[in-house]
Design a protein around this ligand. Structure first.
Ligand SMILES: [Cu+2]
Length: 387
């Protein structure tokens, strides 16, 4: 994103095929031929195999989830207007945004099955350290045109996400993501979204009473139109009738170098300017309850968050419990004092514990900051009610 946006006001570089510029040579291959950035781009972004292979080392699963692609106009705009979404749904489920949560359990064998009816997509289980077959990153592996079963044994509980990793700049923005939660290996797991559960805190597993799952996102509504799945990819062998690329093979600039968000959402609920009170987002807890907040930056801005009157403890960063041995030996959970703003960038997560001492309404505020200039481009607010 950053690189293309820096070019925003300048003439786009023209890459001439069959003409090697010294600037573009990355390395010399085993046959002595120069490998250019265009070769690399074609190899890893354009010549992606479409495969539906057998799962290597397949064993019987403990847990299975299935997702399929949909494209639909969903009533997500402030006031209920519809907007074009690419998403994942369960095979017999309704289209929804964000995609349904995957809930896994530490140490269990998981099968995550993806079905594609037309076109190709992938599911990247972000942070899961999958092998190349299971990682779901199209341009370093393959894209799925039919079905594929990803196999995992998640190593440590935490807050993750899954998303499509085909033409990611477009498909992630269009809605192809959802939470992926790994619960600790205790009775009752996997837990129900929003309810009671257990979470790792250092080397302990501690209970919470209420779970908030906040995927904070923003839409540039100009992008959310019936749009070619490959739009924005600059693949020289696609002709312009197939793809409207923004460099130099297409006739039309589809504008994916230019992101100007105009709708701001938490977990699929758009802000109207008033604090979001929808119960899918706003939390209701009883006095004395411990709340686990799973916070995800699912957008393309830098997001700055603020609890004006709550001090929270961060127990997990990007799916890695702090202070958990062996990988967290050198870290510890940390507190963010009431009134202290904090930030996350794209795809990053915090899991935070809080037990509010006061009855009443506790606001949660977000400012959306432009990723280059830092300028505020939007804001929203929701809250935790303690009764
Ligand atoms: Cu996709």
């Amino acid at each position: 994103m950053a690189d293309t946006n820096l070019r925003n006001d300048k003439e786009l570089p023209v890459i001439v095929r069959d003409e090697v510029h010294a600037d573009h040579v990355l390395f010399i291959d085993a046959d002595g031929n120069p490998v250019t950035d265009l070769d690399m781009f074609e190899r890893f972004s354009c010549k992606i195999p479409n495969l539906n292979p057998d799962t290597p080392d397949r064993v019987e699963p403990d847990l299975v989830n299935e997702r399929e692609f949909f494209e639909d106009d969903l009533p997500l705009l402030p006031g209920g207007g519809r907007i074009r979404i690419f998403g994942f749904k369960e095979p017999d489920g309704e289209p929804q945004f964000p995609a349904p949560t995957m809930r896994w359990v530490e140490g269990k064998i998981i099968h995550s099955i993806v079905h594609m009816k037309k076109n190709t997509h992938t599911i990247h289980h972000h942070g899961m350290d999958g092998t190349n077959f299971n990682d779901g990153v199209g341009h370093t592996g393959f894209e799925v045109s039919g079905s594929y079963t990803h196999q995992f044994k998640p190593r440590v509980a935490g807050t993750y996400l899954y998303h499509c990793h085909k033409n990611t700049v477009l498909h992630f923005e269009m809605g192809m993501y959802g939470f992926l939660i790994v619960d600790p290996p205790v009775e009752g797991a996997p837990f129900r979204d929003g309810g009671r559960g257990m979470v790792r805190r250092m080397n302990d597993i501690v209970p919470y009473d209420v779970e908030a799952m906040w995927a904070v996102d923003e839409f540039d509504t100009r992008w959310h139109r019936p749009i070619n799945h490959l739009a924005g990819l600059a693949c020289p062998f696609y002709n312009s009738s197939q793809v409207n690329a923004f460099v130099p093979t297409g006739d039309e600039n589809v504008g994916l170098h230019d992101f100007r968000p105009d709708v701001f959402l938490v977990s699929g609920v758009a802000s109207t300017g008033e604090p979001i009170a929808d119960r899918r987002v706003a939390v209701q807890a009883a006095w004395g309850d411990t709340i686990l907040i799973r916070l995800l930056n699912a957008g393309y801005t830098v997001q700055e968050y603020l609890f004006p009157d709550l001090t929270v403890e961060v127990v997990d960063v990007d799916g890695r419990p702090l202070g958990h041995e062996p990988e967290g030996t050198f870290s510890r959970p940390f507190t963010i004092a009431a009134g202290t703003p904090f930030r996350l960038t794209t795809a990053r997560r915090y899991s935070m514990l809080v037990t509010p001492a006061e009855i009443g309404r506790h606001p949660f505020k977000v400012r959306f900051l432009h990723w280059i200039t830092g300028r505020e481009v939007g804001r929203l607010e929701t809250f935790i009610d303690v009764l």
